[in-house]
Design a protein around this ligand. Sequence first.
Ligand code: AMP
Ligand code: ZN
Length: 473
Amino acid sequence: MEIFNTETMTLQEFVPITPGEVKMYVCGPTVYNLIHIGNARPMIVFDTVRRYFEYKGYKVNYVSNFTDVDDKIIKAANEEGVTASEISERYIRECKKDMADLNIEPATHNPQATQEIDGMIEMIQTLIDKGFAYVAKDGTVYFSVAKDRQYGKLSHKNLEDLQFNMRGIQVSGQDQKRDPLDFVLWKPKKEGEPYWESPWCEGRPGWHIECSVMSRKYLGETIDIHAGGEDLIFPHHENEIAQSECANGKPFVHYWMHNAFLNIDNHKMSKSLGNFKTVREVDAQYDPMVLRFLMLSAHYRSPLNFSADLMTSAKASLDRMKSCLQNLDYNIGHAAKEDMQDGEDALRAQAEEYRTQFEKAMDDDFNTADGISAVFDLVRFINTKLTSENSKALLQAVRDEFTTLTESVLGLKLEDAGEVDEAEDARINALVEERQAARKARDFAKADAIRDELKAQGIVVEDTKEGVKWHRA
Ligand code: AMP
Ligand code: ZN
């Protein structure tokens, strides 16, 4: 399996620290609002990465945090006249609801910043003791970037250029920083803000320290994979490396993975630009699996431009998968024989080829776009080569393969037809009944016309001993 590592900018063979295990950390959202579909991209992408590792037999320890103390949370709390924790608890709950709708497996751990303050104070103290951090007059603790010889290795920036770029830029606390590049580990409280006791002042942690601390606590000093959107490469992940490696004296992460942006009109979707759509809004309009399909239809390192047209085509593709499964189930229910028959081995082997094709795509840096193409080759095979004349054993084996790739790995729920399909089924049932009525009235021309109309829509109507039945072709 090869993974593109942002740090080395190359594809690298995946070698786990502990055989058979993956230790993986994904930076989660700041919870002051409903998540938008841009936030959902890393969630869906890295959930699929996790599922593929699990499919390959790895035990995955998956940690994703909630940032529940932050300026934006405090601002939202003040605007509503409630506490910051009321805001963050509410939006953690809502976020988990959206994630469940998107069929994202619950993380092994979902730590929250406010519950890990002791660990943060301890790591900050270590950094001060080792000379990598210093305390300013007002009690702010800064990380001293110049002390870290490796700073910039993830984002491929060098210190001189960074320092040059910072010239003349006024940032808060600049007067007490030794170097404009230094970043905050701990800051003093302001009026009306949540705060904690610390050796330096009553205050709260900077943003970056939480991930270094939670990653170490739940996964260990060195982990396999650390992931997030590409906007986190600098400064967030660069600063995490500085903190963790200087505090622990060990490498922090083996593989850095970053997803490209979900755009809208070719601009990054973001809360601050106001050009966002919440997952809640989109899910009200479409089966949430359509959004999940859309996210997986592109490689995670390619930008994806959200549009209604793209959702329509994602829905059509997902419907093809759903009707393929319905077809298979119909054939399994009507299978002529139980056990594998002579000559069916070849069909079984052909189906396995598509699984191999799928794995090849996923082994190549989780290329879900090519993986989905392999699944559609399998769909075509099922629709054209398999019928109820085949044995139940063969049909069931192919069904297991199909649902393993689509439902278990890609996380696309196909059986839960959802409202949209119920409406579609009701429409078809109405046409079938109309045809029955026409036949009763001996209006065979009309009955045939309805049958042809349905056939053109991919619906096969059959007159059986038990009455009229229909299924998707
Ligand atoms: P935030 O709440 O802004 O810290 O974002 C949480 C996660 O969503 C981070 O991994 C971000 O990189 C990611 N993210 C935010 N906006 C987008 C976007 N438009 N496209 C892809 N990922 C995004
Ligand atoms: Zn983080």
